[in-house]
Design a protein around this ligand. Sequence first.
Ligand code: GLA
Length: 378
Amino acid sequence: MGWSSWNQFGVEINEKLIIETIDAMVSNGMRDAGYIYVNLDDGWQQDKGKRQNKALDYDKEKFPRGITFLSEYAHKNGMKLGIYSGPGETTCAGFSGSLGYEKQDADMFASWNVDHLKYDSCCSHKDASKQELKEIFYKMSKPLIDNPKDIVLHACHCGWEDIWEWAGDIGANHWRIGQDISDDFDYSENREDYYFDVLDMLDRGDGLEEFNKPGQWNDFDMLVVGLNGESKELVGAGASNIEYRAHFSLWSILATPLLTGTDVRNLDAYTLETLTNKEVIALNQDPLGKQAKTVKKTGKIHVLAKPMSDGSWAVAMLNRGSETQKISIDWKQDLGLDWDEVHVRDLWKHKDMGSFSTNYDDEVISHQAVVLRIYPGK
Ligand code: GLA
């Protein structure tokens, strides 16, 4: 869990923004809710274009005191710092990449004491085989593994060549399952023939449950909660509070990285409440690390569920349609649970809803997700 600079700010990042972001996450409760990583995405680098036999360097105007200063600042505040590069001659925004300099860069990131690396291919190497791709990512993964500093590796490759099947084997900790998310809940097409909205991304990850496990995560992309169509970089018209809350509920129950992409210095009360609902976050952070499965999909009704480490189950009842619908979960039939009595808790209402013998239902408004935790017994 953490924050990443891209979705809201694009390459317009600097030291002041990162420090203010850390301070805000400490004071608004996000850090204590679990958001620990503060990740610089593309745009921290000094040079554009092909590497000229030089070390990668940070932009001296944007980051006058350097990256180590920021990692120290993050650590002092109980947080971690992430950085960004890629296996090309250039990164997606045209800055110099790590191709041919992987070990040198890995060692330098470690010497800067960073804790996370997003290593982004920008959907390149279209014709490369799985084996070639493995080698490309392993060139960066190996020196990171060899280095005594622990660095989480995000292998970002647009979900191509079934990356979920092999990225964990070469030491990646999470991998994007698709192209970039757009700031839309349910846009009719793929914007610019490229972007996925929230529901597209949800569907793209359906069936990938077996590849999600502690330390190896399917990454449904950074959250768009709270962007409200105002991103400097992402396309999209924004979504309603209800839709952003449904998006957050889904990403939580899917146990995918929760990387907030919005400006956390100015969050309105509703957005902050969405991002810091500890009962919903607990689904994301559960030690079993299970990605919820679709257990029912009829018309516009979509129900996902997963087992939790304490023996309870988490359930999300999503209404994908435009009309209010009654959605029901039947634990014997839908979840195969032999429970004669079930205690239901609603995680957005923060309320125990009582005990039920066969099923529980609720009125779910358009694009809302009702999130439940169900326990056997009273
Ligand atoms: C790609 C990635 C984004 C972001 C940009 C940076 O588009 O998918 O998440 O990192 O590159 O240029």
